[in-house]
Design a binder for this molecule. Structure first.
Ligand SMILES: Nc1nc2c(ncn2[C@@H]2O[C@H](COP(=O)(O)OP(=O)(O)OP(=O)(O)O)[C@@H](O)[C@H]2O)c(=O)[nH]1
Ligand SMILES: [Mg+2]
Length: 296
């Protein structure tokens, strides 16, 4: 049960998130007196991850993914291996691609649900801003995104997640916990973020229904401050402007740890060390549509 699927439509921020989060987690974070960390267990993938974040630090965003990438890791406490897990970074285009290729990619993705203890769905911050009532959105944020959605388009994109959740239920026969991750938190004001969270709760009735006891978490992440994409270089990569913050200040560590947390034995040492990181200001939890606290 140790697969983490990073789902989300194209450009929602999956690959950038993966590069930044695995970098922060592999350097280790403190939980009380202990340190928790991850280590990449495949040399080639380790090099790929390092190169990805190094390029970002040099000022280049990664290109859009052309195929699914699989990254094996071990979870560690104080440098000692505890259990293996795998992160899948999908080609987001596959989710809403109508070609046969898209269908093949989707089938491959549905298979990984069977060994996932949590589904992590990344919601593009710009799409969420387009989806919320324009009265709540500051003008300067709206101007920055190259591609704008109408409100209905944006809501439809977000609602696509319900189809995936339904697929997952059919495949696994159970209500796998879901984590909704709002990406690009740096473009939101606190009021806009609250409006975004409220929108998710009202527009996704299958996830927040009183009629099931599904666990759903909502968190938001940013990889830095004032991040923007500039012109493309010769290799087709877009320039990264702004400041990258490769630390835990903007919740980078939360999604991967929350997904792992769903799969570890309750009250094991790993469980205890992770649990204390999920403060209510970094992740909001719901069970059966109503706010919940971590003791499930
Ligand atoms: N402001 C801001 N922009 C971000 C952040 N993370 C990613 N972006 C922007 O989002 C773009 C898309 O990110 P990717 O990680 O490539 O998206 P993806 O989900 O992997 O897309 P596919 O590979 O097509 O599925 C980046 O090129 C950046 O311009 C962030 O934390 N803040
Ligand atoms: Mg990608």
């Amino acid at each position: 049960m140790n697969n983490i699927c990073l789902l989300g439509l194209s450009r929602s921020g999956k690959t950038c998130y993966l590069y930044a989060a695995t970098n922060v987690l592999s350097r280790g974070i403190k939980s009380g007196d202990d340190s928790i960390s991850i280590i990449s267990t495949n040399e080639q993938q380790c090099i790929r991850l390092n190169k990805g974040i190094e390029d970002m630090e040099r000022g280049w965003w990664p290109e859009g993914s052309k195929q699914t990438m699989t990254y094996p890791f071990e979870f560690m406490i104080d440098g000692q291996k505890q259990f293996p897990f795998t992160i899948y970074d999908y080609r987001g285009g596959a989710l809403n691609d109508t070609s046969d290729n898209g269908q093949d990619d989707r089938n491959e993705l549905y298979e990984t649900f069977e060994n996932s203890s949590c589904i992590v769905f990344l919601i593009d911050g710009y799409t969420l801003l387009d989806a919320i009532d324009s009265n709540c959105v500051q003008k300067e944020n709206k101007g920055d995104n190259e591609e704008h959605f109408t409100r209905t388009e944006a809501i439809n994109q977000i609602k696509y997640m319900e189809v995936l959740v339904d697929k997952c239920r059919q495949r696994t026969g159970m209500s796998t916990p879901i984590l909704l991750v709002i990406t690009k938190k740096d473009i939101f004001s606190p009021e806009e973020l609250d409006a975004g969270i409220n929108l998710l709760r009202t527009e996704l009735p299958t996830l927040f229904s009183r009629r099931n006891d599904m666990i759903v978490g909502i968190t938001s992440v940013a990889l830095g401050r004032n991040l923007h994409a500039g012109d493309k270089n010769n290799a087709g990569k877009k320039e990264l402007t702004g400041v990258l913050t490769l630390n835990t200040s903007q919740n980078i560590h939360i999604p991967i740890l929350f997904a792992l947390f769903q799969g570890v034995e309750v009250d094991s040492e790993s469980y205890q060390l992770m649990k204390r990181l999920f403060r209510s200001d970094v992740i909001k939890l719901y069970k059966g549509g109503v706010p919940a606290v971590i003791c499930f």
